[in-house]
Ligand binder design. Structure first.
Ligand SMILES: [Zn+2]
Length: 117
C-alpha cells in the first residue's frame, strides 16, 4: 500500500497564471505572486483584494489601500501558457528533473527553477 505524504503536492508555482474557480473573483485570471504550500494557499495578483486601512505616516497620508489576500489552491486552476486553457497538470521526467506538462496540449508548463538549490 502506498502512503501519501501529509503535505499536498503543490503544482502551482510563482509567476504561473491561474484562473479563479469560485468566490467573488470567480473567472478572474491572474499571476501567482506567492505560494504558501503549508497553508495550501496562493496569492494571486488582483484577486481577492481586501482593503487595508493604513495609518498616516510621514511618507503617506494613510487611508485605504488594497491588497491581495490568499486564495485556497482548490479554488484556482493553472492556465497552460501554451494552449491558454485551464490545464490538468501532468509530470514528465526530463533528464533528472521533473517538469510539469499540460495534459491537453502536452506542452511544458514553465517550471523554471533557479540554479541555486
Ligand atoms: Zn496546454
Amino acid at each position: 500500500m502506498q502512503t501519501e505524504t501529509a503535505h499536498k503536492r503543490v503544482d502551482i508555482h510563482r509567476n504561473d497564471t491561474v484562473k479563479v474557480l469560485s468566490g467573488k473573483d470567480k473567472g478572474k485570471q491572474g499571476r501567482v505572486l506567492r505560494v504558501f504550500p503549508d497553508k495550501g494557499t496562493v496569492l494571486v495578483e488582483h484577486v481577492m483584494m481586501v482593503k487595508k486601512h493604513m495609518r498616516p505616516t510621514q511618507r503617506s497620508k494613510g487611508g485605504v489601500a488594497e491588497q491581495e489576500s490568499p486564495v485556497s489552491l482548490s479554488k484556482v486552476q493553472l492556465i497552460c501558457p501554451n494552449c491558454n486553457q485551464p490545464a490538468r497538470i501532468g509530470h514528465k521526467i526530463h533528464g533528472d528533473h521533473k517538469v510539469r506538462v499540460c495534459k491537453k496540449c502536452d506542452g511544458d508548463i514553465g517550471g523554471k527553477k533557479s540554479a541555486r538549490g
